[in-house]
Design a protein around this ligand. Structure first.
Ligand code: AGP
Length: 603
């Protein structure tokens, strides 16, 4: 998804914005641009298709002058990947520049209105209507920049985070409506202010953040005489004239969380971090867990709702709730949730699981549930994210920023938190805490170099294949789904997961000599899943076993000690490493797979 960074302060803006863009690259993008206001009050703007560093090598982004500016990485939605469609976009009178994340759903009507008023457009984007609407309101209704912007924001339909800059008043305005935007407040003596899609973009310069809410419009102004910079927050929907006060909070992250350190890629770093992050996820406030457990007990109908890897974590948890607590929980893909709307009542509890807290399908599902009066619990990694703001209660993963597009440490953290809830529901909370603590040693060994080297051998063998089967039963069927997603996302090899029992209902027709088949084995499923393995092997398949004990029929074996109900947490780790190794062998960037974004914030 698009990345936004804005700066006003006492230093040159270009280096701050350039660094911010690089910290936002993980969000996925195909073009980028920066605009600053120089000391003569003119815009200096550069933008291009391609990676930030390549654009800089071509255009030199650092020679843009001025101490105020905005910058953007674009993930194309409306309009192709072209230089003209890259952000920032400027109004016809060259006085207003805008960067935008989201979609202006009614842009065609707005564009038609502006064209009828004599405006022209350079790009194919929806975004370009925004600066021209502000110009239109300023000219036709003699409004100032702030009021014209407020009127413009009120006319936009759809989710967005948008930042505008006015050349004459050197004012920056940021507004949040369903897409992420956070305010950074520099140290007092530096008197600098930031806006960004995500905290890592300015984390190097301040840890003081203000989490913005939907409807918030932040105005950065510079006093013309004292040159002092300040901000105010308003409700752009016009519900309050008075400024809104939001607390300044200090994030616990430090820059090492948002940099690769000694690792070649964030994906490998975050896989290795699981030794700690699983323990951090398990270290929840017992009272908070008990409180949420009681909400589950009191509910009449409970839904787990998520997308992608988070959905696989929920699917896995569903088995655990049944096995440990004999509790039936409905697990639904977020984008399918509206199909179940008729079941939603005020007594229904919806548990929304999302690492980013910005996935549009999950936000839509939660909004549907809230309209029905449902209670909302969310399990989220990003503090202050949109999902936390619309939930009644939130459990935090405490995994630190996950920069790689692939969900690894936050997936196992979600499993840890969901496992705790299942144990708590069964009245066995302490047992759950202890069992999670026990995983430390297993995860440490699984992420060690010796295991990684063995898996590299397997990756070399699998890299030449076009199809990979993945089989599992019970909660390890969910693990098989997650394993297939990991492999697909970053190697682009077609991997497909099946519940072991489904093999003979069709998929086995695809098995031929050499077909690789990854089999997850646990004490509970060993008998049945091995018969599946033999069915594949007898047809020439190449069997990769993942589990506590080697079996003679395995052609390749990765040992993962039995951890019973918590097998899904450990069993996925070898596949995370396999996916990473496959990407390297195939020459892909594990942190930025093609076509993917870290958070899917547009429908
Ligand atoms: C996982 O590797 C993918 N990046 C993707 O499936 C992701 O899990 C999904 O988009 C959900 O993201 P969320 O947890 O931030 O809601």
């Amino acid at each position: 998804m698009c990345g936004i960074i804005a700066y006003t302060g006492g230093e040159d803006a270009a280096p701050v914005l350039f660094e911010g863009l690089k910290r936002l690259e993980y969000r996925g993008y195909d073009s980028a641009g920066i605009v600053t206001i120089n000391d003569s009050g003119e815009f200096e703007l550069k933008k291009q298709v391609g990676k930030v560093q390549d654009i800089h090598n071509e255009l030199n982004l650092l020679d843009l002058s001025g101490s105020i500016g905005i910058a953007h990485t674009r993930w194309a939605t409306h309009g192709g990947v072209t230089q003209k469609n890259a952000h920032p976009h400027v109004s016809n009178n060259s006085e207003i520049a805008v960067i935008h994340n989201g979609i202006v759903e009614n842009y065609k009507e707005l564009k038609a209105l502006l064209v009828s008023k004599g405006f022209h457009f350079e790009s194919e984007t929806d975004t370009e209507v925004i600066p021209n609407l502000v110009e239109y309101w300023m000219d036709s209704k003699h409004l100032n920049f702030i009021d014209a912007t407020m009127k413009t924001l009120q006319s936009l339909e759809g989710n967005f985070a948008v930042v505008l800059i006015d050349r004459d008043t050197r004012t920056i305005i940021g507004a949040k409506n369903g897409s992420p935007l956070v305010l950074g407040v520099g140290e007092r003596k530096k008197n600098e202010l930031f806006l960004a899609s995500d905290i890592p973009a300015f984390l190097e310069r301040t840890k003081n953040v203000v989490y913005l809410y939907d409807g918030d419009m932040v105005v950065f102004e510079t006093d013309p005489s004292s040159k002092k910079r300040s901000y105010q927050i308003f409700d752009f929907r016009g519900r309050t004239e008075r400024p809104i006060i939001r607390p300044i909070q200090s994030v616990s992250w430090n820059l090492s969380h948002a940099t690769k350190g000694d690792f070649d890629h964030f994906m490998l770093k975050e896989i290795a971090e699981q030794v700690e992050t699983i323990q951090k996820a398990a270290a929840q406030d017992p009272e908070h867990i008990q409180n949420i457990t009681q909400s589950i007990r009191n509910a009449k109908g409970v839904f787990l709702v998520a997308s992608g890897s988070s959905y696989h974590a929920c699917l896995s948890a569903g088995y655990l709730f049944a096995k440990l607590a004999s509790f039936h929980i409905n697990t639904v893909i977020a984008s399918e949730f509206s199909q179940y709307e008729s079941f939603l009542k005020p007594e229904t509890l919806v548990i929304a699981v999302s690492q980013s807290g910005e996935t549009i399908d999950v936000l839509d599902a939660v909004k549907t549930a809230k309209e029905k009066g449902c209670q909302i619990v969310s399990i989220v990694n990003v503090v202050g994210s949109s999902l936390t703001q619309i939930s009644h209660k939130t459990l935090l993963l405490n995994s630190g920023p996950e920069i790689s597009v692939l969900s690894t440490k936050t997936y196992t953290a979600q499993l840890a938190v969901l496992s705790l809830l299942a144990y708590s529901l069964a009245g066995r909370y302490e047992e759950g805490v202890q069992k999670l603590k026990f995983l430390w040693n297993i995860v440490y060994n699984l992420t060690a170099a010796t295991t990684r080297n063995k898996i590299k051998e397997l990756a070399t063998r699998l890299a030449t294949h076009d199809h990979i089967f993945v089989l599992g039963r019970g909660p390890l069927y969910a693990t098989a789904l997650e394993a297939a997603l990991k492999i697909k996302e970053v190697s682009y090899i077609h991997a497909e997961a099946f519940a072991g029992g489904e093999l003979k209902h069709g998929p086995i027709a695809m098995v031929k000599k050499g077909t690789p088949c990854i089999i997850f084995v646990s004490r509970d499923t060993v008998k049945t899943i091995l018969s599946n393995a033999m069915e594949v092997k007898s047809r020439g398949g190449y069997i990769i076993g993942i589990g506590p004990e080697p079996i003679e029929s395995f052609d390749f074996f990765i040992k993962v000690p039995e951890s019973n109900s918590l097998n899904p947490i450990c069993d996925i780790i070898p596949i995370q490493i396999l996916a990473y190794q496959l990407a390297l062998i195939l020459g892909h960037d594990p942190d930025k797979p093609r076509n993917l974004a870290k958070s899917v914030t547009v429908r």
